[in-house]
Design a protein around this ligand. Sequence first.
Ligand SMILES: Cc1cc2nc3c(=O)[nH]c(=O)nc-3n(C[C@H](O)[C@H](O)[C@H](O)COP(=O)(O)O)c2cc1C
Length: 404
Amino acid sequence: MRVLLGVTGGIAAYKIPFLVRLLKKAGCELEIVLTDSAAKFVSPLALASLNHKRVWRDADLLDDNKGFEIPHINLANWPDVIAVAPCTANSIAKFAHGHADNLLSSVILASGFIDMPVLIFPAMNANMLDNAATQENIEILRERGAYIIEPEAGFLACGAEGKGRMPEPDEIFEEVMRAAVEDHDLLGCNVLVTAGPTREFLDPARFISNPSSGKMGIAVARTAWRRGADVKLILGPVTPPQGDYSLYGFEVIKVSSAQEMLKAVIENLDWAKFIIKAAAVGDYKAKEFQEHKIKREKQDDIVIELAKNPDIAAEVGIRKLRSQILVGFAAETDDLINNAKLKLERKNLDYIMANDILAEQGGFESDLNNIKLISRSYDDIVELDGTKFEVADKMWDVLVSDKL
Ligand SMILES: Cc1cc2nc3c(=O)[nH]c(=O)nc-3n(C[C@H](O)[C@H](O)[C@H](O)COP(=O)(O)O)c2cc1C
């Protein structure tokens, strides 16, 4: 994917090298266009080094050694996506009113906003943002088809607090990835995903759980979001996921026990078109929760009686409408396909993602997975393997082609 990254003269430009790293790591081809003001906030040499190529500067617009190459036209015709981050009030005004007095504004004008998504990340002091001039300019750009990613509220570099912060590089990265998807085939679809383990407390200090990292469910949520879906993620207790597994863009509902997860699922069931149950829900909980910590001094051996937890997938299977699609996961150690088929029937699922957790590739904490996707009709068992993101994306290919 080809990304043209415009950087303008806001203080948040100091974060852009991190964005360049993320885009490069994801395999993007990148051209970077800096305004002269931007070059005062972030080192052109650092950006060129990270991108392994020169950066483009204002001087390139009318350079008589390069003029015959017409850099602003070539650059405007090259990318799949344009992103300007941070975007100053000044540059927003230029883009909105068709100025072309530096390289970046000329590229934006020449891109025409037609053949590729143009993402603008305004970042500035809260009063500059609130000013009617800036707001009207933003509105003009929005009406012409630019994607305006609203700045966040918080502590601003100028010392004030308010709205105007540029999103973090990993959030900008996600917006670029979403914009770059050619066919947003889940646009308008509501997707409810469960992920992670559950915890069943025995006493205030101890619980039964499992090693689920939540990665597979987050990958399902992320790939749906990139394809245009609105996503709610019901997430069991996991250490805050990092890097590729960010939660940006989702409505996250944090839960702990299976009972809490069931409640959250039922509360959001009417909203969802797709319900993807990737959480590793504990099958059992302590029959009786001990209000006070079980003291080791008082007894050598203890017996804890367990009681069955609610079966969330089966509960959804009973309640779901015909228009809703329910996908379950089966983590098995024996007779994978038959056990998965039984589970699909018993719980009234539309699809099951069967996963041999003893297989070499995949499993709880891994970034890879190997899944057999079985549909209700059993006509096909589709093998999905690769990274958890690749597996999730291939799952959506199947669901979208069958069900939309
Ligand atoms: C320390 C400092 C920080 C600035 N931060 C911002 C900012 O965050 N957002 C903004 O719109 N302008 C900011 N400005 C003002 C812009 O740098 C100025 O408007 C400049 O002309 C923008 O040029 P450009 O849009 O061509 O990059 C800042 C100026 C200074 C001196």
